[in-house]
Design a protein around this ligand. Structure first.
Ligand code: SAH
Length: 380
């Protein structure tokens, strides 16, 4: 397995089919087009994801003729590693180049019993939440399935994970740059690969989609795949939420929570609760009356609340709530019977914490509405 992905592979292999990011059915169709049996797709899938291999010549259970053929017509190409940073707390952040001008950030958060990879779904973000650094970057484009799943593939290699050493990444969360449901098709493909036993085999509880609440896409996703759901609520009423998150004008709280109920009720096998994320902004949404209003709003919704202390970034006027205010807010929710935890801030010294990811984005924000419209309106 080669470890350097920065060798201008993209230019050299232009025109070949990138097998990274193809779902099992697509990979089988690709092998069928070469006149090969479906089990070849399954073999190659294991090589790509479980062995982290990108060189067909090393896929030793394929015939020499097939390896040569694959080398001619296909490639396994992830984004390029641009920079690596390691926090004092062990959190790692990578900047992965997605094309000549743009890059996305991916964060690995090691904990005692698990390792969480926080991945991006867009170059920038189509939304404009006022308290988020990514939103300030604007939007360039959606990531392809290869670029989404490629973050996991690259991180595994960077962390030195092989089938022998075992996995460092036990959980994947779509909480990096971007709004995953605004890139529905490619996020769904990536989700299927993350869940596929021939790839990463992650159970539904181990893959979390975090969304600001694009209700129609959320409903579609619920019909298609299983995953853990986190919603970014951040305010207990529409007036405040619309100020913080303009998307609320389009999908107000009642509609979003109704979609969350549909998710919870969708079937036996589903998660029995959702996660509600709530960023703690000093003097804005952190008062006891907000906590009471939130408790009332969530009263009958099976959920766990994650309070996220605000993480600062250049140019913002928001401030993090004090520890006392966060504790008081948490106590009120708990006293009302709502399971609530305060998320520990990780990787702050390398700007890897929630809402701090900026990447490298050539802003095309004027296209924001068009990208959002297209995703919400016409994707199948
Ligand atoms: N677009 C998705 C993923 C966003 S990032 C979503 O909206 O859910 C994951 C979480 O970090 C979201 O809840 C987001 O609102 C939160 N976040 C954004 N900026 C933040 C900041 N500066 N400090 C703390 N959390 C932030």
């Amino acid at each position: 397995m080669s470890t350097d992905n920065n060798s201008g592979i993209a230019a050299r292999w232009k025109g070949r089919t990138n097998l990274l990011g193809l779902e099992r059915s697509e990979l089988e169709a690709f092998f069928a087009s070469l006149g090969e049996k479906p089990f070849r797709a399954r073999q190659v899938m294991k090589w790509i994801y479980q062995a982290g291999e990108d060189d067909f010549h090393r896929m030793t259970d394929l015939s020499k003729a097939l390896r040569d053929k694959l080398n001619d017509v296909a490639e396994i190409r992830a984004p390029k590693i641009m920079t690596r940073q390691v926090s004092v707390d062990g959190t790692r952040k990578w900047l992965f180049g997605t094309d000549e001008q743009n890059g996305i950030e991916t964060v690995f958060i090691p904990e005692r019993k698990r390792g969480t990879l926080c991945i991006s779904s867009q170059v920038g973000c189509v939304l404009d939440c006022t308290f988020c650094s990514t939103a300030q970057q604007g939007i360039n484009r959606n990531l392809s399935a290869a670029e989404i799943v490629g973050q996991v593939w690259l991180a595994n290699r960077e962390l030195g994970c092989t089938p022998k050493t075992g996995r460092a990444i036990t959980n994947v969360v779509f909480m990096g740059m971007g709004e995953p449901l605004a890139n529905y098709r490619n996020v769904l493909a990536a989700l299927r690969i993350l869940r596929d036993d021939l790839a990463y085999g992650l159970s539904k509880r181990k893959v979390t989609i975090s969304t600001s609440g694009l209700v129609p896409m959320l409903d579609k996703m619920i019909d298609e795949e299983e995953f853990a759901l986190a919603i970014s609520l951040h305010a207990p009423n529409d007036a405040l939420r619309s100020q913080l998150m303009p998307i609320n004008d389009r999908y107000p709280i009642a509609e979003l929570l109704a979609a969350c109920r549909r998710y919870i009720e969708a079937g036996e096998m589903r998660q029995k609760h959702i996660y509600v994320e709530y960023v703690m902004l000093a003097g804005v949404n952190d008062k006891p009356e907000h906590a009471l209003e939130l408790a009332n709003l969530l009263r009958s919704l099976p959920c766990k609340v994650n309070l996220i202390p605000f993480n600062s970034f250049p140019g913002t006027t928001f401030k993090r709530s004090s520890k006392e205010d966060i504790d008081r807010f948490q106590e009120i929710l708990i006293s009302k019977g709502i399971i609530t935890i305060t998320r520990r801030t990780r990787g702050e010294d390398i700007d890897a914490a929630c809402g701090q990811l900026a990447g490298k984005v050539v802003n095309r924000s004027r296209k924001r509405a068009a990208i959002l419209e297209q995703r919400v309106g016409t994707q199948t």
